[in-house]
Ligand binder design. Structure first.
Ligand SMILES: CC(C)(COP(=O)(O)OP(=O)(O)OC[C@H]1O[C@@H](n2cnc3c(N)ncnc32)[C@H](O)[C@@H]1OP(=O)(O)O)[C@@H](O)C(=O)NCCC(=O)NCCS
Length: 175
C-alpha cells in the first residue's frame, strides 16, 4: 500500500469526522498529540473545532491529509500552522502530526513528513518547526526526517502526577 496526499482539502462533515476519529484513535493508542488517554470522541471534537476555525475560508492554516491508496482510508495528517505574526511568516509550525495506529511503522510517517517538506519548499518557506513530548523516542523519528533539536523545556508537560516530560522543539532548516 502507498499514500496519496491532499493539501487543504474541503473540510466537509465527512472529513471532519475522519479527522476527529483519527485524533481519538491515535491518542488512545498512546500518541503524544495533545491528550493523555483515555480520550473520548467528544473531547477530540471540542479540541478539533479550534483547529477547524484556523482552516476555514480566508484562514491561513493548512491541513495535509494522507489517504491509503486502495482503501481510501485516512492514514495520517498534519496541520501547517501560520503564526499570524509578520516576523515569523517565513516558517510554519507543524501540529497534529499523526498516523493511524493500525498503520504505524510502515514508513507512512516518514512519507507524510517528506510531503510536508516538499510543500514547504514549494511555498518558499525557510523552515518548519514542531514541538514534541519527551520520553517517547520522537526525537529519533523527527531526526530521521532531517529535523534538529533546538530547544528543550525540562518537565514542561505534566502527563500525570509525578510524570513530567520535557517539551522539545525541533527545527528543519530549508534554506
Ligand atoms: C510518530 C508517527 C507519526 C511516526 O509515524 P510512523 O508511520 O509510525 O513512522 P515510520 O514508519 O515512517 O517510521 C520512520 C522511522 O522513524 C522511527 N520511528 C517511528 N516512530 C518512532 C518513535 N515513536 N520513536 C522512535 N522512532 C520512531 C521508525 O522506527 C523508522 O525508523 P527506520 O527507518 O529506522 O525504520 C506515528 O508513530 C504516530 O502517529 N504516533 C502517534 C501520534 C504522535 O505521537 N505524533 C507525534 C506528535 S509530535
Amino acid at each position: 500500500m502507498t499514500l496519496t496526499f491532499a493539501l487543504h482539502p474541503p473540510l466537509d462533515l465527512g472529513l471532519r469526522e475522519e479527522f476527529i476519529r483519527l485524533w481519538t484513535d491515535a491518542s488512545n493508542a498512546g500518541g503524544a498529540v495533545g491528550f493523555v488517554p483515555p480520550v473520548t470522541v467528544d473531547q477530540a471534537r471540542a479540541a478539533a473545532e479550534k483547529h477547524f476555525a484556523g482552516l476555514g475560508p480566508g484562514c491561513p492554516d493548512r491541513l495535509l491529509i494522507a489517504r491509503e491508496v486502495g482503501s481510501g482510508r485516512l492514514a495520517g495528517m498534519l496541520i501547517f500552522e501560520d503564526m499570524r505574526f509578520p516576523l515569523m511568516d517565513h516558517w510554519r509550525l507543524l501540529k497534529l502530526v499523526m498516523v493511524h495506529p493500525d498503520l504505524q511503522g510502515r514508513g507512512y510517517g516518514a512519507e507524510l513528513m517528506g510531503e510536508a517538506e516538499r510543500i514547504a519548499r514549494g511555498w518558499g518557506l525557510s523552515a518548519l518547526r514542531l514541538t514534541l513530548r519527551g520520553g517517547l523516542g520522537l526525537e529519533k523519528f523527527y531526526g530521521r526526517c532531517g529535523y534538529t533539536e533546538v530547544g528543550r523545556v525540562p518537565a514542561a508537560l505534566r502527563v500525570a502526577p509525578g510524570d513530567d516530560r520535557d517539551e522539545v522543539t525541533m527545527w528543519l532548516d530549508l534554506r
